[in-house]
Design a protein around this ligand. Structure first.
Ligand SMILES: Nc1ncnc2c1ncn2[C@@H]1O[C@H](COP(=O)(O)OP(=O)(O)OP(=O)(O)O)[C@@H](O)[C@H]1O
Ligand SMILES: [Mg+2]
Length: 269
C-alpha cells in the first residue's frame, strides 16, 4: 500500500522526532483521533431495536486520541502499550486501512505492512502462487517479482514446500513467506504488528538482520510487539500508548524502561 504526500513545512510539535540529518518526515500524525462504538453488537437489528426502545445510547470511545508524532527516514519506531491501548489502530491509520475521524496522517513513500497472518494470501494457492499474488498486492511488478522469486523462497527457507497449498502451512511458515515478500518489495516504510513472535528463533534472527539492513538503507520501521527485548534490539524510538493517548515518545530505551516500570494498567478501555 502506498500513499504519497506533498511536502509540508514541519509542524510545531512537542513530539517531533528531532533527528535533523535524516531529512523529511516520512510519517506524520497530527492530532489523530479514531473512535469506535463501544457496544458494536447493538448494530445488530434485534439489539438495535432493543436499545431504541429502551432509549439507551451506544457510547463512542476513543481508540486513538489526539495522537501526534513524526518519524524521519531510517528511524525505527517501537509502539508499546497494554492490550487495547490503540497500537494496531495506529498502524491501521498509518497504512490507510482505517481512516482517522479527525486529525491528519501524512505518509511519504511506499508501505509494506505485516498486520495479520495470512492477509494478502489465498489458502488454496501454493506458496509460489501466493508469492506472486502478495508481491503484486504490495506493488511489485510481475517482472521484478520473477527476478526476486528465488531470493524470496531462499530467504523463507520454504523451498521444499513452495508448491504446496498455503492451507497446509503452519503459522510460522506463513509468516516466513509474508516477511520474505515484504522485504523484497523494498518498501520505504515496513510496518509489523506482532508478527515476528510467530517465527522460530532462527527466523526471528534472520528477520532482525534483514530489518537492520533495511534501516541501513534509509528505510523506516514501525514495529508493535509485546517482546520488549526484541523492540530494544530493533528500534531507536518508541511511542507508548495508553488508552489511545500518547503517554511518552522518545528514545526507545527510555520509553521502554518507563513502560516496564509502570504498574500494569490491565486492558485499556
Ligand atoms: N473495528 C473495531 N470496532 C470496534 N472497536 C474496535 C475495532 N478495532 C479496535 N477496536 C477497539 O479499539 C481499541 C484499541 O484496539 P487495538 O486493536 O488498536 O489495540 P492494541 O493496542 O493493538 O491491543 P493488542 O495489544 O491487544 O493487540 C480496543 O478497545 C478495541 O476493542
Ligand atoms: Mg493489536
Amino acid at each position: 500500500m502506498s500513499r504519497s504526500i506533498a511536502t509540508q513545512p514541519a509542524i510545531g510539535n512537542d513530539l517531533a522526532d528531532p533527528a535533523p540529518s535524516a531529512g523529511h518526515a516520512v510519517l506524520r500524525f497530527e492530532a489523530v483521533s479514531k473512535t469506535y462504538a463501544h457496544n458494536a453488537a447493538r448494530t445488530l437489528l434485534r439489539r438495535g431495536m432493543l436499545s431504541w426502545l429502551t432509549r439507551s445510547r451506544t457510547s463512542v470511545f476513543y481508540a486513538l486520541r489526539e495522537v501526534s508524532f513524526e518519524l524521519h527516514a531510517a528511524a525505527s519506531l517501537a509502539v508499546v502499550g497494554a492490550n487495547g491501548a490503540g497500537k494496531s489502530t495506529l498502524l491501521r491509520c498509518a497504512t490507510g486501512i482505517s481512516a482517522p475521524d479527525s486529525g491528519r496522517v501524512e505518509v511519504r513513500g511506499t508501505i509494506a505492512a505485516l498486520m495479520e497472518l495470512g492477509a494478502g494470501f489465498h489458502p488454496d494457492l501454493t506458496g509460489a502462487e501466493n508469492v506472486m499474488l502478495n508481491a503484486s498486492l504490495l506493488g511489485l511488478t510481475r517482472r521484478k517479482t520473477c527476478e526476486q522469486f528465488d531470493r524470496i523462497v531462499e530467504f523463507s527457507g520454504l523451498a521444499d514446500f513452495i508448491h504446496e497449498p498455503l492451507r497446509t502451512y503452519s503459522s510460522g511458515m506463513v509468516l516466513r513467506l509474508a516477511f520474505s515478500v515484504a522485504v523484497r518489495v523494498d518498501p520505504d516504510i515496513l510496518v509489523i504488528d506482532e508478527m515476528l513472535s510467530v517465527g522460530d528463533i532462527e527466523f526471528q534472527e534472520k528477520c532482525v538482520g534483514e530489518i537492520k539492513r533495511l534501516k541501513q538503507g534509509g528505510k523506516t520501521l514501525i514495529c508493535v510487539a509485546h517482546d520488549l527485548k526484541l523492540l530494544r534490539n530493533l528500534c531507536d524510538r518508541a511511542l507508548w500508548l495508553e488508552h489511545g493517548r500518547v503517554r511518552m515518545f522518545g528514545p526507545c530505551s527510555e520509553v521502554v524502561d518507563a513502560y516496564e516500570a509502570a504498574p500494569a494498567p490491565g486492558v485499556s478501555d
